[in-house]
Ligand binder design. Sequence first.
Ligand SMILES: Cc1ncc(COP(=O)(O)O)c(C=O)c1O
Length: 412
Amino acid sequence: MIPLAVPDLSGNEALYLQECIRSGFVSSVGPFVVRLEGMVATIAASAAAVATSSGTTGLHAALTAVGVGRDDLVIVPALTFIASANAVAHCGADPWLMEIDPVSWTLDADRLAETLESSAERRETDGRGGERDEPGSSKATQERVIHRQSGRRVAAIMPVHTLGAAADMEKIVAVAHSWGLPVVADGAAALGSLYRGKPLGKSGADLTVFSFNGNKTVTAGGGGAVAGDDLPLLALVKHLTTTARVGEDYDHDRVGFNYRMTNLQAAVGCAQLERLPALLAAKRRIRAEYDAVLSEIPGLSPFPDPAWATGGCWLSGLFDHTTREPSDLADKRQALRREGVDARPFWKPIHLQPPYRQAPRTDLGHTEAIWWRILTLPSSANLAAEEMAQVIASVRKIWHSLRVDAGETPNR
Ligand SMILES: Cc1ncc(COP(=O)(O)O)c(C=O)c1O
């Protein structure tokens, strides 16, 4: 079976792991952790980065650092991996699920602005402030954004850089600033991608979170990183992820987390990051080849390529306009698997997941029309030319055998 996304570990990974064993630095401190943080900051063009045990824990720590707490709401696009919503829930908050733009599959900035205008209001309260409030500071006149229907505080916006391509950050950040809301971007698969020609650290988010999970373009076996320009905020993230320890002894000034990346993980991560340009180039080449073929097959179209983004092309695949219901795509997936091609469906939206069925939401018509028409195809950076040819031949064979009639296809 040609796999969906497996790591390419052909660089210095083994050498650096041996170095960890030789030096004894195998746990949560060590030179590779420091080095990885520096590399991520450089790639994202951020002032600093904090390595974490996963993307999910990075998101949790980032949200906590910007002040998300119990009973708050965090704006999240409905089309995302469940970890985005879980990180919100780990704060004791709930996602406020919003619609995606049907062209980019990322948070719809115009709908975001409209929804806040129609469903939220600013209120002066004496309530709890963010994590960054100085002890003893007056919160008497603090302005909060309140979700009108529930009376709950809206504490942050979390755009997601879907498939490694940036959301439209300029617009999203403008809305966030106009409401005084922090932005924590879920850039799990987007390390190395650009927004309007600039690295993601310059996209206006307060914090951007990356993942080094095994299926990502660069992996550390598992792990994450939080990047940003606000050094005190990054210091708070570091503090939170390292048990909120003060000094050398067993003093801790708050409830922190053990969300540290180990030196072993970072060793793999550093070796991968050294080859990021080559890995990204391979991913982009795969996307271009699939896109060229798919544009010739009636009823199929390629993945989004938003004008503002130079995406990382984490996963590539097809959007099938001919699919009438989710089971149709499941049949095609099985047909591809019989051909030896590991095709997969994409994220099932958050409001359809049992833990989030009650989450507040906007109209999600685009999300509901899109997610079950997406099929991801083998996209490993080390996908061999023969494997690519086999995937393409299988897609052609299956869709042609279905006698797709472009004239009957919806949305095209
Ligand atoms: C959009 C998105 N957010 C968050 C995550 C979570 O990252 P991790 O698996 O490193 O916890 C992932 C991927 O796994 C993801 O794709």
